[in-house]
Design a protein around this ligand. Structure first.
Ligand SMILES: Cc1cc2nc3c(=O)[nH]c(=O)nc-3n(C[C@H](O)[C@H](O)[C@H](O)COP(=O)(O)OP(=O)(O)OC[C@H]3O[C@@H](n4cnc5c(N)ncnc54)[C@H](O)[C@@H]3O)c2cc1C
Length: 484
Protein backbone atom coordinates (compact mmCIF):
# COMPACT_ATOMS: atom_id res chain seq x y z
CA UNK A 1 0.00 0.00 0.00
CA UNK A 2 1.37 3.50 -0.85
CA UNK A 3 1.95 6.09 1.86
CA UNK A 4 -1.01 8.12 0.54
CA UNK A 5 -3.42 5.17 0.46
CA UNK A 6 -2.30 4.28 3.95
CA UNK A 7 -2.89 7.87 5.12
CA UNK A 8 -6.33 7.92 3.48
CA UNK A 9 -7.40 4.82 5.40
CA UNK A 10 -5.86 5.92 8.70
CA UNK A 11 -7.35 9.40 8.50
CA UNK A 12 -10.78 8.26 7.32
CA UNK A 13 -10.97 6.47 10.66
CA UNK A 14 -10.14 9.77 12.45
CA UNK A 15 -12.13 12.30 10.36
CA UNK A 16 -14.91 10.13 8.96
CA UNK A 17 -15.58 9.78 5.22
CA UNK A 18 -16.83 13.40 4.98
CA UNK A 19 -13.43 14.61 6.16
CA UNK A 20 -11.36 12.96 3.43
CA UNK A 21 -11.38 13.73 -0.31
CA UNK A 22 -9.59 11.33 -2.64
CA UNK A 23 -11.83 11.42 -5.69
CA UNK A 24 -9.67 12.77 -8.58
CA UNK A 25 -12.41 15.10 -9.83
CA UNK A 26 -13.09 16.58 -6.38
CA UNK A 27 -9.37 16.94 -5.74
CA UNK A 28 -9.17 19.35 -8.68
CA UNK A 29 -11.14 21.93 -6.66
CA UNK A 30 -7.96 22.37 -4.61
CA UNK A 31 -5.44 22.49 -7.45
CA UNK A 32 -4.72 26.24 -7.19
CA UNK A 33 -5.36 29.38 -5.15
CA UNK A 34 -5.83 32.93 -6.49
CA UNK A 35 -2.59 32.57 -8.50
CA UNK A 36 -4.52 30.46 -10.95
CA UNK A 37 -1.73 30.21 -13.54
CA UNK A 38 -0.08 27.51 -11.37
CA UNK A 39 -1.93 24.24 -10.76
CA UNK A 40 -0.99 21.03 -8.97
CA UNK A 41 -3.56 18.38 -8.01
CA UNK A 42 -2.90 17.08 -4.48
CA UNK A 43 -3.01 13.38 -3.63
CA UNK A 44 -5.49 13.84 -0.79
CA UNK A 45 -7.50 16.64 0.86
CA UNK A 46 -8.33 16.47 4.57
CA UNK A 47 -11.04 18.50 6.27
CA UNK A 48 -10.57 18.43 10.06
CA UNK A 49 -13.06 20.15 12.38
CA UNK A 50 -11.06 20.41 15.61
CA UNK A 51 -7.50 21.14 16.74
CA UNK A 52 -7.17 17.52 17.88
CA UNK A 53 -8.08 16.36 14.37
CA UNK A 54 -5.57 18.74 12.76
CA UNK A 55 -2.92 17.42 15.15
CA UNK A 56 -3.81 13.82 14.28
CA UNK A 57 -3.54 14.60 10.55
CA UNK A 58 -0.18 16.36 10.95
CA UNK A 59 1.18 13.56 13.16
CA UNK A 60 0.19 11.00 10.54
CA UNK A 61 1.86 13.05 7.76
CA UNK A 62 4.95 13.45 9.92
CA UNK A 63 5.16 9.71 10.56
CA UNK A 64 4.68 8.90 6.87
CA UNK A 65 7.00 11.75 5.73
CA UNK A 66 4.24 13.10 3.47
CA UNK A 67 4.28 16.88 2.78
CA UNK A 68 1.20 18.92 3.73
CA UNK A 69 -0.16 22.34 2.76
CA UNK A 70 -2.66 24.31 4.87
CA UNK A 71 -5.49 25.99 3.00
CA UNK A 72 -8.08 28.55 4.07
CA UNK A 73 -10.35 29.96 1.35
CA UNK A 74 -7.71 29.72 -1.40
CA UNK A 75 -7.83 33.45 -2.22
CA UNK A 76 -4.07 33.92 -1.76
CA UNK A 77 -2.46 35.66 -4.72
CA UNK A 78 1.11 34.35 -4.42
CA UNK A 79 0.51 30.60 -4.73
CA UNK A 80 1.01 29.95 -1.00
CA UNK A 81 -1.68 27.26 -0.91
CA UNK A 82 -0.50 25.56 -4.11
CA UNK A 83 -0.54 21.83 -3.33
CA UNK A 84 2.37 19.42 -3.57
CA UNK A 85 1.55 16.60 -6.03
CA UNK A 86 2.68 13.80 -3.76
CA UNK A 87 1.31 15.55 -0.67
CA UNK A 88 -1.94 16.43 1.09
CA UNK A 89 -3.93 19.63 1.53
CA UNK A 90 -5.29 20.33 5.01
CA UNK A 91 -8.32 22.55 4.51
CA UNK A 92 -9.42 24.58 7.54
CA UNK A 93 -12.76 25.45 5.97
CA UNK A 94 -14.80 23.38 8.41
CA UNK A 95 -13.24 25.11 11.46
CA UNK A 96 -15.55 28.13 11.35
CA UNK A 97 -16.58 28.64 14.97
CA UNK A 98 -16.48 31.95 16.77
CA UNK A 99 -15.36 30.41 20.07
CA UNK A 100 -15.68 33.38 22.41
CA UNK A 101 -16.32 37.12 22.31
CA UNK A 102 -14.97 39.17 25.23
CA UNK A 103 -16.31 42.69 24.55
CA UNK A 104 -15.06 44.12 27.84
CA UNK A 105 -11.46 43.29 26.92
CA UNK A 106 -11.91 43.90 23.19
CA UNK A 107 -10.97 40.36 22.28
CA UNK A 108 -12.42 37.36 20.48
CA UNK A 109 -11.23 33.79 20.05
CA UNK A 110 -11.95 32.29 16.65
CA UNK A 111 -11.19 29.16 14.68
CA UNK A 112 -8.96 29.62 11.59
CA UNK A 113 -11.66 29.06 8.96
CA UNK A 114 -13.78 32.02 10.13
CA UNK A 115 -13.86 34.69 7.43
CA UNK A 116 -12.38 38.09 8.12
CA UNK A 117 -15.72 39.88 7.67
CA UNK A 118 -17.61 37.38 9.85
CA UNK A 119 -15.56 38.58 12.85
CA UNK A 120 -16.60 42.21 12.40
CA UNK A 121 -20.21 41.19 11.79
CA UNK A 122 -20.28 39.05 14.93
CA UNK A 123 -18.99 41.80 17.21
CA UNK A 124 -20.78 44.74 15.59
CA UNK A 125 -23.55 44.66 18.20
CA UNK A 126 -20.90 45.55 20.84
CA UNK A 127 -19.82 48.56 18.72
CA UNK A 128 -16.56 46.75 17.97
CA UNK A 129 -14.86 45.57 14.76
CA UNK A 130 -11.78 43.75 13.48
CA UNK A 131 -9.62 46.35 11.71
CA UNK A 132 -7.54 44.68 8.94
CA UNK A 133 -9.77 44.61 5.88
CA UNK A 134 -8.41 42.81 2.81
CA UNK A 135 -10.60 43.44 -0.24
CA UNK A 136 -11.28 39.68 -0.17
CA UNK A 137 -12.65 39.94 3.38
CA UNK A 138 -16.02 38.38 2.57
CA UNK A 139 -14.35 35.05 1.81
CA UNK A 140 -10.75 34.93 3.03
CA UNK A 141 -10.13 33.25 6.38
CA UNK A 142 -8.42 34.58 9.47
CA UNK A 143 -5.97 31.62 9.27
CA UNK A 144 -4.95 32.75 5.77
CA UNK A 145 -4.74 36.37 7.01
CA UNK A 146 -2.36 35.32 9.80
CA UNK A 147 -0.21 33.25 7.43
CA UNK A 148 0.10 36.14 4.97
CA UNK A 149 0.12 38.99 7.53
CA UNK A 150 -2.64 40.40 5.37
CA UNK A 151 -3.39 44.07 5.03
CA UNK A 152 -6.16 46.14 3.55
CA UNK A 153 -7.17 49.69 2.79
CA UNK A 154 -7.41 50.69 6.46
CA UNK A 155 -4.02 49.28 7.48
CA UNK A 156 -2.44 52.67 6.77
CA UNK A 157 -3.69 53.93 10.12
CA UNK A 158 -4.36 50.71 12.03
CA UNK A 159 -1.55 48.36 11.00
CA UNK A 160 -1.53 44.87 9.54
CA UNK A 161 -2.75 41.51 10.85
CA UNK A 162 0.27 41.23 13.13
CA UNK A 163 -0.95 44.27 15.08
CA UNK A 164 -4.35 42.66 15.66
CA UNK A 165 -3.65 39.08 16.75
CA UNK A 166 -2.64 38.45 20.33
CA UNK A 167 -2.21 34.67 20.44
CA UNK A 168 -2.19 31.71 18.10
CA UNK A 169 -2.97 28.10 18.82
CA UNK A 170 -0.64 26.24 16.47
CA UNK A 171 -0.12 22.64 15.44
CA UNK A 172 3.63 22.35 14.87
CA UNK A 173 4.95 20.21 11.99
CA UNK A 174 5.47 17.22 14.31
CA UNK A 175 1.83 17.34 15.42
CA UNK A 176 2.37 18.92 18.85
CA UNK A 177 0.02 21.74 19.88
CA UNK A 178 1.23 25.02 21.37
CA UNK A 179 -0.10 28.50 22.14
CA UNK A 180 2.14 31.33 20.92
CA UNK A 181 1.61 34.80 22.39
CA UNK A 182 -0.94 35.46 25.11
CA UNK A 183 -4.10 37.36 25.96
CA UNK A 184 -2.26 40.65 26.48
CA UNK A 185 0.16 42.37 24.06
CA UNK A 186 3.04 42.22 26.56
CA UNK A 187 4.24 38.63 26.73
CA UNK A 188 7.59 37.56 28.17
CA UNK A 189 10.14 35.76 26.01
CA UNK A 190 10.77 35.85 22.28
CA UNK A 191 7.85 36.85 20.10
CA UNK A 192 7.05 33.48 18.53
CA UNK A 193 3.54 34.72 17.74
CA UNK A 194 5.17 37.43 15.60
CA UNK A 195 7.32 34.80 13.89
CA UNK A 196 4.26 32.74 12.98
CA UNK A 197 2.45 35.76 11.48
CA UNK A 198 3.51 36.08 7.84
CA UNK A 199 5.28 32.70 7.77
CA UNK A 200 2.97 31.59 4.94
CA UNK A 201 2.02 28.25 6.42
CA UNK A 202 5.63 27.05 6.58
CA UNK A 203 6.05 26.80 10.37
CA UNK A 204 2.82 25.07 11.41
CA UNK A 205 -0.94 25.19 11.12
CA UNK A 206 -2.88 27.81 13.05
CA UNK A 207 -5.97 26.31 14.67
CA UNK A 208 -7.07 29.13 16.99
CA UNK A 209 -6.65 32.91 16.92
CA UNK A 210 -7.15 35.48 19.67
CA UNK A 211 -7.93 38.70 17.80
CA UNK A 212 -7.87 42.25 19.09
CA UNK A 213 -11.04 44.25 18.46
CA UNK A 214 -11.33 48.02 18.09
CA UNK A 215 -14.13 50.36 19.09
CA UNK A 216 -15.94 51.72 16.01
CA UNK A 217 -14.87 55.33 15.40
CA UNK A 218 -17.22 58.14 16.40
CA UNK A 219 -17.06 59.76 12.95
CA UNK A 220 -16.08 58.63 9.46
CA UNK A 221 -15.59 60.95 6.46
CA UNK A 222 -14.99 59.60 2.97
CA UNK A 223 -14.34 61.28 -0.35
CA UNK A 224 -13.54 60.30 -3.90
CA UNK A 225 -11.38 62.85 -5.76
CA UNK A 226 -10.63 62.80 -9.51
CA UNK A 227 -7.25 63.99 -10.79
CA UNK A 228 -5.92 64.88 -14.26
CA UNK A 229 -2.91 62.59 -13.66
CA UNK A 230 -1.84 59.80 -11.38
CA UNK A 231 1.18 61.92 -10.35
CA UNK A 232 -1.17 64.62 -9.00
CA UNK A 233 -3.11 62.02 -7.05
CA UNK A 234 0.20 60.66 -5.69
CA UNK A 235 1.43 64.15 -4.77
CA UNK A 236 -1.78 64.73 -2.82
CA UNK A 237 -1.06 61.61 -0.78
CA UNK A 238 2.48 62.84 -0.06
CA UNK A 239 1.17 66.28 0.94
CA UNK A 240 -1.46 64.84 3.28
CA UNK A 241 1.10 62.70 5.12
CA UNK A 242 3.54 65.65 5.04
CA UNK A 243 0.90 67.78 6.78
CA UNK A 244 0.90 65.27 9.67
CA UNK A 245 -2.51 63.84 8.80
CA UNK A 246 -2.86 60.04 8.90
CA UNK A 247 -6.12 59.09 7.20
CA UNK A 248 -7.62 55.68 7.83
CA UNK A 249 -7.18 54.92 4.13
CA UNK A 250 -5.82 56.46 0.91
CA UNK A 251 -6.34 54.41 -2.23
CA UNK A 252 -5.58 55.28 -5.86
CA UNK A 253 -7.10 53.72 -8.98
CA UNK A 254 -6.05 54.53 -12.54
CA UNK A 255 -8.33 54.82 -15.56
CA UNK A 256 -8.08 51.17 -16.60
CA UNK A 257 -8.91 49.96 -13.10
CA UNK A 258 -11.85 52.40 -12.92
CA UNK A 259 -13.13 51.18 -16.28
CA UNK A 260 -13.05 47.56 -15.05
CA UNK A 261 -14.64 48.35 -11.70
CA UNK A 262 -17.43 50.43 -13.27
CA UNK A 263 -18.19 47.63 -15.75
CA UNK A 264 -18.54 45.22 -12.83
CA UNK A 265 -20.28 47.18 -10.07
CA UNK A 266 -21.16 50.66 -11.39
CA UNK A 267 -20.22 52.53 -8.22
CA UNK A 268 -20.38 55.91 -9.99
CA UNK A 269 -16.66 56.60 -10.51
CA UNK A 270 -15.82 59.05 -13.35
CA UNK A 271 -14.98 56.94 -16.40
CA UNK A 272 -12.68 59.35 -18.21
CA UNK A 273 -10.58 60.54 -15.28
CA UNK A 274 -6.93 59.42 -15.41
CA UNK A 275 -6.87 58.82 -11.64
CA UNK A 276 -9.18 58.65 -8.65
CA UNK A 277 -8.17 58.89 -5.00
CA UNK A 278 -10.33 57.54 -2.18
CA UNK A 279 -9.58 59.15 1.18
CA UNK A 280 -11.20 58.16 4.45
CA UNK A 281 -10.67 59.83 7.81
CA UNK A 282 -12.04 58.48 11.06
CA UNK A 283 -11.84 59.31 14.76
CA UNK A 284 -13.37 61.82 17.17
CA UNK A 285 -16.01 63.91 15.36
CA UNK A 286 -14.50 67.39 15.93
CA UNK A 287 -10.95 66.45 15.00
CA UNK A 288 -12.09 64.43 12.03
CA UNK A 289 -14.23 67.24 10.60
CA UNK A 290 -11.36 69.75 10.73
CA UNK A 291 -8.88 67.35 9.14
CA UNK A 292 -11.36 66.51 6.39
CA UNK A 293 -11.48 70.20 5.42
CA UNK A 294 -7.68 70.31 5.31
CA UNK A 295 -7.56 67.18 3.13
CA UNK A 296 -10.02 68.67 0.64
CA UNK A 297 -7.92 71.82 0.48
CA UNK A 298 -4.83 69.71 -0.36
CA UNK A 299 -6.79 67.92 -3.11
CA UNK A 300 -7.67 71.31 -4.63
CA UNK A 301 -4.07 72.52 -4.38
CA UNK A 302 -3.02 69.46 -6.40
CA UNK A 303 -5.57 70.14 -9.14
CA UNK A 304 -8.47 67.83 -8.36
CA UNK A 305 -11.17 68.10 -11.03
CA UNK A 306 -14.02 66.76 -8.89
CA UNK A 307 -14.61 65.78 -5.28
CA UNK A 308 -17.48 63.51 -4.30
CA UNK A 309 -18.04 63.46 -0.56
CA UNK A 310 -19.97 60.47 0.78
CA UNK A 311 -23.15 61.97 2.22
CA UNK A 312 -24.07 58.85 4.20
CA UNK A 313 -23.10 55.25 4.94
CA UNK A 314 -24.80 54.01 1.77
CA UNK A 315 -22.73 56.29 -0.45
CA UNK A 316 -19.56 55.45 1.49
CA UNK A 317 -20.38 51.79 0.88
CA UNK A 318 -20.71 52.44 -2.88
CA UNK A 319 -17.33 54.20 -3.04
CA UNK A 320 -15.69 51.25 -1.26
CA UNK A 321 -17.50 48.72 -3.42
CA UNK A 322 -15.93 50.37 -6.46
CA UNK A 323 -12.47 50.15 -4.93
CA UNK A 324 -12.77 46.67 -3.41
CA UNK A 325 -14.23 45.16 -6.57
CA UNK A 326 -11.34 46.37 -8.72
CA UNK A 327 -9.15 43.21 -8.72
CA UNK A 328 -11.88 40.78 -9.59
CA UNK A 329 -13.44 43.28 -12.00
CA UNK A 330 -10.34 43.29 -14.16
CA UNK A 331 -11.61 39.92 -15.43
CA UNK A 332 -14.21 41.99 -17.33
CA UNK A 333 -11.60 43.67 -19.50
CA UNK A 334 -9.00 40.91 -19.80
CA UNK A 335 -9.27 37.10 -19.95
CA UNK A 336 -6.29 36.67 -17.59
CA UNK A 337 -4.21 38.87 -15.35
CA UNK A 338 -1.45 38.76 -12.73
CA UNK A 339 -1.91 40.81 -9.55
CA UNK A 340 1.49 42.10 -8.48
CA UNK A 341 2.17 43.34 -4.94
CA UNK A 342 5.27 45.44 -4.35
CA UNK A 343 6.12 48.34 -2.07
CA UNK A 344 8.02 51.52 -2.91
CA UNK A 345 8.85 54.49 -0.69
CA UNK A 346 5.87 56.87 -0.98
CA UNK A 347 8.15 59.58 -2.36
CA UNK A 348 8.98 57.34 -5.36
CA UNK A 349 5.38 56.42 -6.26
CA UNK A 350 5.25 58.64 -9.36
CA UNK A 351 8.61 57.35 -10.60
CA UNK A 352 7.53 53.73 -10.05
CA UNK A 353 4.24 54.19 -11.88
CA UNK A 354 5.93 55.95 -14.80
CA UNK A 355 8.50 53.15 -15.12
CA UNK A 356 5.81 50.46 -14.87
CA UNK A 357 3.82 52.16 -17.67
CA UNK A 358 6.95 52.22 -19.86
CA UNK A 359 7.70 48.55 -19.07
CA UNK A 360 4.11 47.61 -19.97
CA UNK A 361 4.32 49.50 -23.27
CA UNK A 362 7.61 47.81 -24.11
CA UNK A 363 6.14 44.38 -23.36
CA UNK A 364 3.02 45.22 -25.39
CA UNK A 365 0.77 44.54 -22.39
CA UNK A 366 -1.76 46.67 -20.53
CA UNK A 367 -1.15 47.33 -16.83
CA UNK A 368 -3.96 48.57 -14.55
CA UNK A 369 -3.09 50.13 -11.20
CA UNK A 370 -5.02 49.95 -7.94
CA UNK A 371 -3.04 50.61 -4.82
CA UNK A 372 -2.75 51.42 -1.15
CA UNK A 373 -1.13 54.78 -1.87
CA UNK A 374 -0.59 55.76 1.76
CA UNK A 375 1.67 52.72 2.28
CA UNK A 376 3.35 52.91 -1.13
CA UNK A 377 1.92 49.40 -1.68
CA UNK A 378 1.39 48.98 -5.43
CA UNK A 379 -0.88 46.40 -7.03
CA UNK A 380 -0.15 46.58 -10.75
CA UNK A 381 -2.46 44.22 -12.64
CA UNK A 382 -0.73 42.83 -15.72
CA UNK A 383 -3.44 41.98 -18.27
CA UNK A 384 -2.88 39.22 -20.82
CA UNK A 385 -4.56 36.69 -23.05
CA UNK A 386 -3.34 33.12 -22.81
CA UNK A 387 -4.96 32.29 -26.15
CA UNK A 388 -2.64 34.83 -27.77
CA UNK A 389 0.43 33.26 -26.18
CA UNK A 390 0.97 36.19 -23.78
CA UNK A 391 1.31 34.23 -20.50
CA UNK A 392 5.09 34.05 -20.43
CA UNK A 393 5.53 37.72 -21.36
CA UNK A 394 3.04 38.76 -18.67
CA UNK A 395 4.75 36.61 -16.05
CA UNK A 396 8.12 38.11 -16.94
CA UNK A 397 6.72 41.65 -16.75
CA UNK A 398 5.05 40.98 -13.42
CA UNK A 399 8.32 39.62 -11.97
CA UNK A 400 10.28 42.60 -13.37
CA UNK A 401 7.80 44.99 -11.67
CA UNK A 402 8.30 43.29 -8.29
CA UNK A 403 12.06 43.52 -8.67
CA UNK A 404 11.78 47.18 -9.75
CA UNK A 405 10.13 47.88 -6.39
CA UNK A 406 13.20 46.47 -4.61
CA UNK A 407 15.50 48.53 -6.85
CA UNK A 408 13.57 51.65 -5.82
CA UNK A 409 14.25 50.92 -2.16
CA UNK A 410 11.06 49.00 -1.41
CA UNK A 411 9.97 45.41 -1.03
CA UNK A 412 8.91 42.38 -3.09
CA UNK A 413 5.63 42.13 -1.20
CA UNK A 414 3.41 44.42 0.80
CA UNK A 415 0.71 42.00 1.87
CA UNK A 416 0.14 39.11 -0.56
CA UNK A 417 3.23 37.16 0.47
CA UNK A 418 6.03 35.48 -1.45
CA UNK A 419 4.53 32.02 -1.89
CA UNK A 420 5.43 30.15 -5.06
CA UNK A 421 5.26 33.27 -7.17
CA UNK A 422 8.19 35.26 -5.83
CA UNK A 423 10.36 32.72 -3.99
CA UNK A 424 12.93 32.89 -6.79
CA UNK A 425 13.12 36.69 -6.52
CA UNK A 426 14.05 36.58 -2.81
CA UNK A 427 17.82 36.80 -3.55
CA UNK A 428 17.14 40.19 -5.16
CA UNK A 429 16.13 41.48 -1.74
CA UNK A 430 18.12 39.33 0.68
CA UNK A 431 21.71 38.16 0.81
CA UNK A 432 22.73 34.50 1.11
CA UNK A 433 23.33 34.83 4.86
CA UNK A 434 19.89 36.38 5.36
CA UNK A 435 18.22 33.55 3.44
CA UNK A 436 20.28 30.93 5.26
CA UNK A 437 19.11 32.39 8.60
CA UNK A 438 15.47 32.22 7.49
CA UNK A 439 16.03 28.64 6.39
CA UNK A 440 17.56 27.74 9.77
CA UNK A 441 14.53 29.18 11.57
CA UNK A 442 12.24 27.21 9.29
CA UNK A 443 14.17 23.99 9.90
CA UNK A 444 14.03 24.52 13.67
CA UNK A 445 10.24 24.22 13.36
CA UNK A 446 10.19 21.71 10.51
CA UNK A 447 13.43 19.70 10.25
CA UNK A 448 11.91 17.29 7.71
CA UNK A 449 10.75 20.06 5.35
CA UNK A 450 7.18 18.73 5.17
CA UNK A 451 5.20 21.89 6.03
CA UNK A 452 4.30 23.80 2.83
CA UNK A 453 7.60 22.96 1.08
CA UNK A 454 8.81 25.03 -1.86
CA UNK A 455 7.13 28.23 -0.67
CA UNK A 456 8.63 31.56 0.36
CA UNK A 457 12.33 30.59 0.29
CA UNK A 458 14.16 29.87 -2.98
CA UNK A 459 15.61 26.42 -3.52
CA UNK A 460 17.90 25.42 -6.37
CA UNK A 461 15.29 22.83 -7.41
CA UNK A 462 12.47 25.39 -7.41
CA UNK A 463 14.33 28.12 -9.23
CA UNK A 464 16.45 25.93 -11.49
CA UNK A 465 19.54 27.75 -10.31
CA UNK A 466 21.46 28.71 -7.21
CA UNK A 467 20.43 32.00 -5.56
CA UNK A 468 22.28 34.83 -7.36
CA UNK A 469 25.17 36.78 -5.90
CA UNK A 470 24.36 39.23 -3.14
CA UNK A 471 23.29 42.70 -4.31
CA UNK A 472 23.06 45.40 -1.65
CA UNK A 473 19.55 46.72 -1.07
CA UNK A 474 19.31 50.38 -2.21
CA UNK A 475 18.71 51.54 1.37
CA UNK A 476 21.96 49.81 2.33
CA UNK A 477 23.80 51.39 -0.63
CA UNK A 478 22.48 54.81 0.50
CA UNK A 479 23.78 54.19 4.03
CA UNK A 480 20.25 54.23 5.54
CA UNK A 481 20.50 50.65 6.82
CA UNK A 482 23.54 48.64 7.74
CA UNK A 483 24.45 45.01 7.17
CA UNK A 484 25.71 43.44 10.39
C1 LIG B 1 -10.04 39.77 -5.05
C2 LIG B 1 -8.94 39.65 -4.03
C3 LIG B 1 -8.62 40.75 -3.26
C4 LIG B 1 -7.59 40.66 -2.30
N1 LIG B 1 -7.30 41.75 -1.53
C5 LIG B 1 -6.35 41.67 -0.59
C6 LIG B 1 -6.04 42.80 0.23
O1 LIG B 1 -6.63 43.87 0.11
N2 LIG B 1 -5.07 42.66 1.15
C7 LIG B 1 -4.38 41.49 1.31
O2 LIG B 1 -3.51 41.43 2.17
N3 LIG B 1 -4.66 40.40 0.57
C8 LIG B 1 -5.62 40.46 -0.37
N4 LIG B 1 -5.90 39.36 -1.14
C9 LIG B 1 -5.11 38.12 -0.96
C10 LIG B 1 -5.76 37.07 -0.01
O3 LIG B 1 -7.15 37.22 0.08
C11 LIG B 1 -5.12 37.09 1.37
O4 LIG B 1 -3.76 36.72 1.26
C12 LIG B 1 -5.80 36.19 2.40
O5 LIG B 1 -5.23 36.38 3.66
C13 LIG B 1 -5.72 34.71 2.05
O6 LIG B 1 -6.63 34.03 2.90
P1 LIG B 1 -7.18 32.60 2.50
O7 LIG B 1 -8.04 32.12 3.59
O8 LIG B 1 -7.80 32.62 1.16
O9 LIG B 1 -5.81 31.76 2.49
P2 LIG B 1 -5.26 30.73 1.41
O10 LIG B 1 -5.14 31.37 0.09
O11 LIG B 1 -6.03 29.48 1.50
O12 LIG B 1 -3.81 30.48 2.00
C14 LIG B 1 -2.85 31.51 2.01
C15 LIG B 1 -1.60 31.03 2.74
O13 LIG B 1 -1.92 30.83 4.10
C16 LIG B 1 -1.61 29.50 4.50
N5 LIG B 1 -2.65 29.14 5.46
C17 LIG B 1 -3.99 29.19 5.29
N6 LIG B 1 -4.62 28.87 6.42
C18 LIG B 1 -3.66 28.60 7.32
C19 LIG B 1 -3.67 28.20 8.69
N7 LIG B 1 -4.79 28.02 9.36
N8 LIG B 1 -2.47 28.01 9.31
C20 LIG B 1 -1.29 28.20 8.65
N9 LIG B 1 -1.24 28.57 7.36
C21 LIG B 1 -2.41 28.78 6.72
C22 LIG B 1 -1.61 28.69 3.22
O14 LIG B 1 -0.77 27.55 3.32
C23 LIG B 1 -1.04 29.71 2.24
O15 LIG B 1 0.35 29.75 2.33
C24 LIG B 1 -6.89 39.43 -2.12
C25 LIG B 1 -7.24 38.33 -2.91
C26 LIG B 1 -8.24 38.43 -3.85
C27 LIG B 1 -8.58 37.20 -4.67
Amino acid sequence: MTAIADLRDTLTAVLGPAGVISDPVELRTYECDGLAGYRVVPSLVLLPTTTAEVAAVVRACHRAKVPFVARGAGTGLSGGALPVAEGVVISLQRMRALVEVDPANHRAVVQPGVTNLAISRAVSAYDLYYAPDPSSQQVCTIGGNVAENSGGAHCLKYGFTTNHVLALETVLPDGSVVWLGGPSPEVAGPDLRGLMVGSEGTLGIVTGVVVRLLRKPEAVHTLLADFPSIEQAGNTVTDIIGAGIVPAAMEIMDQLAIEASEAAVGAGYTLDTPAALVIELDGPADECGDLFEAVQELCHRNGTTKIRVAADDAERGRIWTGRKAAFAAVGRISPQYFVQDGVVPRTRLAEALGTIAAMGAEAGLRVANVFHAGDGNLHPLVLYDDARGEHERAEKLSKAIAELCVDLGGSLSGEHGIGTDKACSMPVMFGEDDLATMDRVRRAFDPDGLCNPGKMLPTPRLCGEKPGPYRPHPLEADGVIERL
